[in-house]
Design a protein around this ligand. Structure first.
Ligand code: GLA
Ligand code: ZN
Length: 673
């Protein structure tokens, strides 16, 4: 297995006589893979059925002469003008009923039959053309599916596809009416053809319709991708297929989308967009990386990693010296085995002329080139040892697109957000250097000592059983506010007090609740009462008012009419324990909870580090590698077991990590012992 480092390369943006220089510079930098072609439909097929692959053939061959392989992107994120002219219905329609125009990218309706015919023709021709090319190592389908689509498309074709989707799900219109509760506001339908796509209405849509629309949109994207996966797999089964996902972006269910892929890829721009300086917080990037590894429980490719300032009309910060190396090692530490930088050289024209690449506009290698060259040389030997060995955590966060969509439709509190909530729990473990995986509802929980399942708003008997079974067999489970409120059709359940059947396992009952708008509710962490009693904090966004059954309190509200009632509880159930967090505790209280969970679930921490300095482990065949990653701009000290030795042999101040620095520590691996 080769170790790949590479770039996103657009030879069509540069004069032919520059290609050789580019290839040579890439080779000198240690690069051996490029992704090409993902927006070049007009060059591949300037008119219907007139295929021109010779320019890419030439680029592939020239690069191969410098030891560089190619991964081809199918260019279906950018249907050319001639296709739109021929079939204007391909342009998507927004929720106002307004058709979007040609001129950016992703101006496509994914259910449009004619568009799919164009895709079938092009992708078949591409696959046929490249199936025997030994320098083509794989395919990326389309580009960042879901990006620029927002609520996808509300055209007649999509509306019709939605109706068909509903028919398959509900069987009869009577059943749909019953499940959605359309008796409310006279929304009873006589036939599926009456059901709208959720265009803007004078008031609000039925929440059941909205949730099904979200699921339909996700399924449509998955189906759209599958069309191309199937073509490529039938023609070139030996070439792997991937797609570039976007971390915790939520338009499409990535567990579903990735199930059709050989491996997942991710795009990461750590400085974020120019309007959010100084960029994404480190815990958030780590969460995205862990999530992408988790969608297939497999190591992934970084298909676009920032290599210069991001920019459009405005321009983001220049990556500081050390940051390009740091971002690279950060990705590797969390399970990325291949890094492809976006992009090779900064384009002179077009929308992204200020979205910088490794090389500046003038194409002359500078500081960023040198830093990445050194980084590649440093990391190739490490990757050879760790490649393919999947990092595995002892604890996991249950992640559900369904819960996210349902909470988005009715967040209760204007600031309550499912993904933000997930990130808060993630952060409380990240700060303690306790690794986490993400799991979907369909995976085996039993693999983990602890499962954190925030905001399980939608509930059904199967999930209840699974959660209870997990705890009964010895698992530690954290459930939170708004669990078990609704059924899967987004309708409230009224046959039991909240949180439904799970109340038995949790040893609590919720008979009342408060959305504390404009209030600060006091919270006190008392824990198990043995150590650190009396930590003060704040309860935010939601307060379930809990009646204790068998559960023991771990924290209390200390203001409002529910003062002195429990806000966090724990109950023993079977061989395990079930925790309930009735509110959104502040960071400090969440930290107390994380400490308790670490102790009770017996989770291993990788050591201690200051804020924004993380410790992350990759196991290798010969050695294990502990990455100490300092996301801050000044030197910081880490406290780890002294059995770890610096990979670079440095002994003086071996446990100090410089600003934007990463120290790699190693020890002999278990396998190597
Ligand atoms: C995305 C896309 C790229 C490029 C970069 C920079 O991640 O996949 O094609 O547009 O952003 O904007
Ligand atoms: Zn459409």
């Amino acid at each position: 297995m080769s170790v790949f480092f590479g770039v996103d390369y657009y030879p069509e943006h540069w004069a032919r006589d520059r290609w050789e220089t580019d290839a040579k510079l890439m080779q000198e930098m240690g690069l051996n893979i490029v992704r090409m072609g993902e927006f070049s439909w007009a060059k591949f097929e300037p008119g219907e059925g007139e295929f021109h692959f010779e320019w890419l053939d030439e680029a592939i061959a020239l690069l191969a002469g410098h030891g560089i392989k190619t991964l081809i992107g199918t260019p279906t994120a950018a249907p050319p003008a001639w296709i739109i002219e021929k079939d204007p219905d391909i342009l998507p329609v927004d929720s106002q009923g307004q058709q979007k125009g040609f001129g950016g990218r992703h101006h496509d309706c994914q259910s449009n039959v004619k568009y799919r015919e164009h895709i079938r023709r092009l992708v078949t021709a591409m696959a046929e053309h490249y199936k025997d090319n030994e320098n083509v190592v794989g395919w990326q389908i389309d580009n960042e599916l879901g990006n620029s689509h927002e609520d996808l498309c509300m055209c007649d074709s999509c509306r019709h596809a939605f109706q068909q989707w509903l028919k398959k799900k509900y069987g009869s219109i009577e059943n749909l009416n019953k499940e959605w509760g359309t008796v409310f506001w006279s929304q009873d339908y006589d036939k599926f053809s009456q059901i709208p796509a959720p265009k803007v209405t004078p008031t609000m849509h039925n929440p059941s319709l909205l949730l099904d629309w979200k699921r339909f949109c996700s399924d449509l994207v998955v189906d759209f991708q599958k069309l191309q996966v199937d073509i490529i797999k039938s023609i070139c089964p030996h070439q792997p297929v991937t797609h570039n996902l976007m971390g915790l972006y939520d338009k499409t269910d990535y567990f579903d989308l990735a199930s059709d892929l050989d491996f997942a890829s991710n795009d990461q721009y750590p400085t974020g967009y120019y309007f959010t300086p100084p960029g994404q917080p480190s815990y958030e990037i780590s969460a995205c990386l862990d999530f992408i590894r988790s969608v297939k429980k497999k190591n992934f490719w970084m298909m676009e990693l920032e290599s210069g300032p991001t920019g459009g009309a405005f321009i983001g910060r220049m990556p500081r010296p050390g940051q390009l190396r740091l971002w690279t090692l950060h990705c590797i530490a969390h399970g990325s085995d291949t890094i492809v930088y976006f992009r090779w050289r900064t384009c002179l024209f077009g929308t992204e002329q200020f979205w910088h690449g490794i090389l500046p506009h003038n194409g002359v290698p500078g500081r960023r080139y040198q830093e990445l060259k050194d980084t590649v040389a440093e990391m190739v030997p490490v990757l050879k040892d760790i490649q393919g060995i999947v990092p595995k955590a002892e604890a996991a966060i249950l992640f559900s697109y369904d819960q996210n969509n349902a909470i988005k439709i009715q967040p209760h509190h204007p600031e309550l957000d499912y993904i933000e909530q997930v990130k808060k729990y993630y952060d409380s473990f990240y700060e303690r250097n306790i690794p986490l995986d993400f799991i979907s509802e369909t995976e085996d929980f039993q693999d983990y000592k602890l499962v954190i399942a925030p905001l399980q708003f939608l509930m059904d008997a199967a999930l209840e059983d699974k959660l209870m079974e997990y705890v009964k067999k010895g698992g530690r489970l954290v459930l939170t506010m708004r669990t078990g409120v609704k059924n899967r059709n987004n309708v409230c359940m009224g046959d039991m007090p909240l949180p439904g059947r799970l109340g038995g396992m949790l040893g609590i009952k919720i008979e009342d609740y408060d959305c504390p708008l404009g209030l600060t509710v006091k919270l006190e962490w008392t824990g198990t009462g043995i150590k650190d009693p009396g930590q003060e904090g704040v309860a935010d966004k939601w307060c379930d008012i809990v009646t204790l059954g068998d559960a023991k309190p771990l924290a209390f509200y200390r203001s409002e009419y529910y003062k002195d009632t429990p806000a966090v509880t724990v109950n023993s159930y079977g061989a395990g324990k079930a925790y309930y967090v009735a509110t959104e505790p502040d960071k400090h209280i969440l930290g107390q909870l994380a400490e308790l969970l670490r102790e009770e679930a017996g989770l291993e921490s990788l050591g201690e580090s200051p804020k924004d300095v993380e410790l992350t482990l990759r196991k290798g065949r010969a050695r294990d590698y502990l990455f100490a990653i300092n996301h801050t701009d000044c030197g910081q000290e880490v406290r780890i077991d002294r059995m770890w030795k610096r990979l670079d042999g440095c002994r003086e101040n071996a446990f100090v990590v410089g600003g934007y620095g990463v120290n790699i520590y190693t020890r002999q691996s278990d396998a190597g012992q």
